[in-house]
Design a protein around this ligand. Sequence first.
Ligand code: AMP
Ligand code: MG
Length: 486
Amino acid sequence: MPTFDTLNFHNRFVSLPSDFYSRVTPTPLPDVKLLHFNPAAAQLINLTGHETDHNLADLLCGNTLPTDSQPAAALYAGHQFGYFVPQLGDGRAILLGGIESELGHWELQLKGAGPTPYSRNSDGRAVLRSSIREYLCSEAMHGLGIPTTRALSLVGSSLPVYRETVETAAVVLRMSPSFIRFGSFEVFFYRSQPDAIRTLADFVIQHHYPELLNSEDKYPKFLQAVITSTAKLMAQWQAVGFAHGVMNTDNMSILGLTLDYGPFGFLDHYDPGFICNHSDQAGRYAFDQQPDVAAWNLTRLAQALTPLMSVADAKAALDTYPAIFASSYIDLMCAKLGLPADKSNVPLIMQLLDTLQKNRIDYTIFMRRLCDFNSAPDAENSPLRDLFIDRAAFDNWATSYRTQLRIVYSVDTKRAPAMRSVNPKYILRNYLAENAIVAARDHNDMSEVDRLMQVLQQPYDEHPGMEAYAAAPPDWARHISVSCSS
Ligand code: AMP
Ligand code: MG
């Protein structure tokens, strides 16, 4: 039974030349406490004996290093809100190393374990509030079936951390097959170091796209793979109603994973212009901008890869993005409506989104209730209809929907379970996260985090007794917008 202390580390990231990272040591935290542990993530690295680690909290926040760990902070650059910043890097994330299991290779990273050479003037810490948000949301996204980094544990400390107010420090141990970002390539393009770009591309291809290893045009194919996975990720974000909030190129995963949870938010009422990050006054990262922003970010990545391929090859790959995004999004939305994936359903989808927007209808609640739509001609469908003040708006759309269902001979009882498997009942609404944060921070009560974790890890299931966690936000929480300072 491997304990955390005796995990067998394979530290492949630090096998890269030292241009790519700095070796660092976590800075100890006072009065640490293991606030939450996620057995689902522990399973991925065969961690079963952690209960016998007498100093588990110390191990999971970097106060004590596991025997084989070789901690390091990665170097990267990035375009932040459209402007290039030549050097960023892990300012508060410290990679412990990698673990191989039958479920793949997992890099283990501490977020908030103290300053690194890339911290600039910041403290290298993360506050409890934002750590709870990342811990819950990364597992919620996984539960939704959306590619994401994972979270193993949450450790709290009494260390004061100065943000807009004084808060306390926490550390999330994150896991991912890789934390390499678009910005990991951009930094070497800016520095005119084509050899480093090639080394890093070869590293990513070897470990994550091995099928391309012997291909003649492996670099354009690598770019194409990133474009494809990113386009599909955007389709999933848009279909579920997730806004990331800070889609800078340093927060874009080379594997198409949701990465770096900050001021993210899920849509409550359907609002395409939703801005979850209160520092983003211009709405650069508004909900409906995300697919285009991802394309812009991919163009920055493609540019950084031009030492490895012709501009024409890079452009040809980029040109595939809109169609991949559109077809993935249409497929997902058709499935959410219980219809076969077909472009002919686009007008119905557009009409629905327009109706939901105009009537300020809660997106998740509507879609979940839609699973029980009664397609009989005289059915009123009052659980849906009653969400609308303008009942005629719903009736209009329902008429179109019924027609479409009839064309494909859809059977209500068969459609309903299929729809429930793609329309979640539970999402991490801001007010739910906020309640869990207040309980943890003000009352040392982790039971809200615990209950949320249970429903969010299985968001498509019914959880008897937990219906309150599927409710629309109360009035006090309607306009929570989240600060970037985390
Ligand atoms: P983010 O917007 O959180 O993805 O962070 C952008 C950059 O700022 C990254 O290089 C982070 O490592 C760095 N950063 C953010 N917060 C801190 C902090 N408290 N201490 C050190 N570096 C930070
Ligand atoms: Mg970041």
